[in-house]
Design a protein around this ligand. Structure first.
Ligand SMILES: *Cc1c(COP(=O)(O)O)cnc(C)c1O
Length: 854
């Protein structure tokens, strides 16, 4: 039955409790232990049953309970304190203000297909979303003028449950937006703010919801409204649901709709950050607006867009990238080619590495890379892999110079460290530990935390996790209609005092969730051997609904548990989410990760574990490859890459067993003092915190994005757009001139002062004559390129040296001089090259032109 009228009924609170409403609608409560405590105190059962959703809680709590707390002085005092804390937080003078005091107004828009902020907003699937959520939280902590842009999924990502055979089933729950911490954005006249996005043959409308994340607003688009047709209602129905056509519909809404939404909100955005390629269509829409509303031509508009665009890639394998067939691209987005004045093939070339490949698919990552002037991978190793993967986009640029930087991921400390542990750190390190940099003297105070206190706190966290897992399993089995004996068994799983190995993440096959089961005899020996050295596993994670091999891994684990009668010792916790993650990274003893290197771009759950004092036990991939894996955990293998996956599994499973048998479990159980305190283990816990928390932290990470990407991009935006875009037009014209003449540049006579036999540290003078082909010295920089020669005869690890311009000779050849010295002996090489130079370029590789000596 359709309603004839609808009402948005808001919770009715006694006036004295009005601050609760404000607190509930700002997600700051998620990383402020006092505020979270306040909601738990209000009604702890409701707090749990609402999935920690304070808005739903305030809407459903009984009037009698509200009247009770109005009389509760202690509660009111805590509420007023939380309210003041929020005020202080919102008014604080921030890191950003100190950095950018004299700058014109800025706004950074951060686009992501998913955001994992709190468990009551299930619009994320895994690490990418949690990273985006943490990015917003730290942007708020630092005071950045950042806004998030995403989609509000009616059903979100699925809830997982297992059938009796251990096979993953999916259940899609409807999100009730009106009972979530969401504000509907409205126009001045009170009507819903709406945008209309062009799709083939129709417009699709979307309204806008805001999640307030501290000072940062996250705006989410919702197409589940009239007069959209039923198909279009579903564009924002499920995260990563549907087929390839649905995917392109979603990415149009995210990218193109996102830009329109920012405009409708009146935001003057100066830097755009595309978190993964899903939002890359935003570049097309920005170009269109500059052409149609600002009168720029395509080349000029593209310059403005690229100069202010930032792209972060998270995918170290080509198979993980969104690709669209050319005919689909033209069907959905072909009208942009007309607006841009581009032939179809040239338009499709924006998403092709090799623009000459006329049948190749359209890659969102390639589009993003071509439309950004700052790009990065998410760990140092991932930077290396990305530079190799996309080297073809920068012809003749040595792979180590391919302009894809690396900004290592982090996690938001106040969101992932257990409450009691945060209080412990607050007490001994002071409240700034959650964002203090690695060189802060605060970290020396780690030693002041008594071993006993850290250990007892950790044991409490383990117990909390065990109790939660039991309760959660019982509920899951009851819902499934499991037998009474199964339910009784679930009440007793795990030993709160046993050594606990944690493994939780998405069940993508490359993560090899079953590697530890590979040798049945050996794992059974470990699990069953010694009664005073009990070992147990807690495992969780969802497979993508279409990932059958991923689901098979889940089933294999459940079969293994049953066949080996290990129900008490190995537990698969269904429906992994942020809440379960937080309990596990605090309550396990070690965090296991066994990805197939180098496929884990970064990985973040291990960082969360480290901040809670867990050593990691992991393959050297992603972030762990650059961590202090000797002092803060153990490395499985030595960072080898293998061609034969089966052989790799064999070698790495063996290495894992060796470490567990000979090092990890003994360190945990041996060397206990008379109080049962494992001092050497606790020392490792302290190292895990001290050495990882300050670096693998989104406070550091977002600061790095700000300084390396947002500030420069915003500055470029301001510089290029003054005087009605005059500098942008000039830069675009200059690039066109460059393109026209570049291929006539010739490096002519190269004069080297020494013969081929020289000594280490001997200075060699080089003089070169360059035909700049009507370009001038102001347009270029000429560089010496010196380095060792490898087995293939190529110069490697070169250090470029800029040469000095000496003027033009009678034949109009430009003369350049420079000196080199070799600091190492052996076969060394020298080359020369010319690169474009312009103060408004983000980097010399931006025009994708380079001329080498022949
Ligand atoms: C942190 C987190 C992840 C990411 O874990 P990885 O180790 O990076 O795979 C996934 N899901 C949830 C719920 C998380 O909290």
């Amino acid at each position: 039955m359709q309603p004839i009228r609808t009402f948005n009924v808001s919770p009715s609170l006694p006036p004295r409790l009005e601050p609760l409403r404000r607190l509930a609608y700002n997600l700051h409560w998620d990383w402020n232990v006092d505020t979270k405590d306040l909601f738990r105190r209000l009604d702890s059962d409701l707090w749990e049953s609402s999935h920690h959703n304070p808005v739903l809680m305030l809407g459903t709590i009984s009037q009698s309970r509200l009247l009770e707390v109005v009389e509760d002085e202690g509660f009111l005092a805590q509420m007023d304190r939380a309210d003041r804390q929020l005020d202080d937080y919102l008014q604080e003078r921030t890191w950003y203000q100190k950095q950018r005091e004299q700058k014109p107004k800025e706004c950074y828009a951060y686009f992501s297909a998913e955001f994992g902020l709190v468990d009551c907003l299930p619009v994320y699937s895994g690490g990418l979303g949690v990273l985006a959520g943490d990015h917003l939280k730290s942007a708020s902590d630092l005071g950045l003028p950042l806004v998030g842009v995403g989609l509000l999924y009616q059903q979100g990502y699925f809830a997982q449950y297992l059938n009796a055979d251990g096979w993953q089933q999916e259940r899609y729950l409807l999100n009730d937006f009106y009972n979530m911490p969401l504000h509907l954005e409205r126009n001045a006249d009170g009507s819903e703010l709406r945008i209309a996005v062009d799709y083939p043959g129709r417009k699709v409308y979307a309204r806008v919801w805001r999640v307030q994340v501290g000072t940062v607003p996250l705006y989410l688009l919702d197409t589940n409204i009239e007069p959209n047709n039923t198909y279009d209602h579903d564009i924002t129905d499920q995260l990563y649901g549907g087929d390839i056509d649905m995917r392109i519909h979603q990415e149009i809404m995210l990218g193109i709709g996102g830009v329109q939404m920012l405009k409708a909100l009146g935001l003057k955005v100066t830097a755009y950050h595309m978190n993964e390629g899903h939002a890359a269509f935003s570049a097309l829409e920005r170009i269109r607006l500059l052409i149609q509303e600002e009168g720029l031509n395509y080349v000029q508009a593209r310059q403005v867009v690229a100069s202010s665009n930032i792209f972060t890639t998270h995918t170290p394998v080509p198979a993980g990238i969104d690709l669209f067939a050319p005919d689909k691209m033209l069907h959905y987005l072909g009208y942009y080619a007309e607006i841009f004045g581009l032939p179809k093939e040239q338009f499709l070339g924006l998403g092709r590495e090799n623009t000459g490949d006329l049948s190749g698919p359209f890659s969102m990552a390639v589009l993003a890379l071509k439309m950004a002037t700052f790009s990065n991978g998410v760990a140092q190793l991932h930077g290396v892999v990305s530079r190799q993967m996309f080297q073809g986009l920068w012809q003749n640029v040595p792979v180590e110079e391919v302009p894809i930087a690396a900004i290592t991921n982090g996690v938001h400390a106040r969101s992932c460290v257990a409450k009691s542990t945060q209080e412990l750190y607050d007490r001994y390190l002071g409240p700034n530990w959650s964002s203090a940099p690695p060189d802060s003297p605060l970290w020396d105070r780690m030693e002041a935390i008594p071993d006993e206190e850290l250990w007892r706190n950790h044991e409490r966290c383990r117990l909390d996790m065990v109790l939660y897992v039991r309760e959660h399993l019982v509920k899951h089995l009851t819902d499934r209609g499991a037998s009474a004996s199964e339910i009784i068994q679930a009440q007793e799983v795990l030993d709160p005092y046993a050594f606990t190995i944690g493994f939780a993440r998405r069940f993508a096959t490359y993560k090899r969730a079953t590697l530890w089961m590979r040798d049945l005899d050996r794992i059974k020996r470990l699990l069953l051997a010694n009664k005073d050295r009990k070992v147990q596993f807690v495992i969780a994670g969802k497979a993508h609904p279409k990932d059958i091999p991923g689901k098979e891994l889940i089933r294999d684990i459940n079969h293994f548990i049953r066949e080996q009668n290990l129900e008490k010792q190995v537990v698969f916790v269904p429906n992994y989410d942020i809440h379960i993650s937080r309990l596990m990274v605090a309550g396990c003893d070690i965090w296991l990760n066994t990805p197939r290197r180098p496929r884990e771009a970064s990985g973040t759950s291990g960082m969360k574990a480290a901040m809670n004092g867990l050593p990691n036990l992991s393959v050297l991939d992603g972030w762990w490859d650059e961590a202090d894996y000797v002092r803060t955990g153990w490395a499985i293998g030595h960072g080898e890459n293998y061609d034969d996956p089966n052989y790799q599994d064999e070698v790495e499973a063996n290495a894992l067993y060796e470490l567990l048998e000979k090092e990890v479990v003994p360190l945990f159980y041996e060397h206990r003092d008379s109080d049962g305190l494992p001092r050497p283990w606790v020392a490792k816990m302290k190292d895990a915190i001290r050495l990882n928390c300050p670096f693998f932290n989104t406070a550091r990470m977002v600061g790095e994005y700000a300084q390396r990407a947002y500030f420069p991009a915003s500055d470029r935006y301001h510089t290029l757009t003054v005087d009605n875009y005059a500098p942008a037009k000039e830069l675009a014209a200059w690039k066109e001139k460059l393109n026209e003449h570049w291929f006539n540049i010739r490096i002519k006579d190269v004069d080297v002062s020494a013969a081929s036999d020289i000594e280490v540290n001997q200075t060699v003078a080089v003089k070169a004559k360059v035909d700049l082909a009507t370009l001038t010295n102001d347009d270029v920089q000429v560089e010496l390129y010196q380095g060792a020669i490898d087995a293939n005869g190529d110069i490697v690890n070169a250090i470029p040296v800029v040469m000095d311009y000496q003027g033009e000779d009678a034949q109009q050849l430009s003369t350049y001089t420079g000196n080199i010295t070799y600091t190492a002996s052996g076969l060394q090489g020298l080359s020369l090259r010319v690169l474009p130079k312009n103060p408004n370029l983000a980097n010399p590789y931006e025009p994708r032109l380079i001329a080498w000596a022949e």
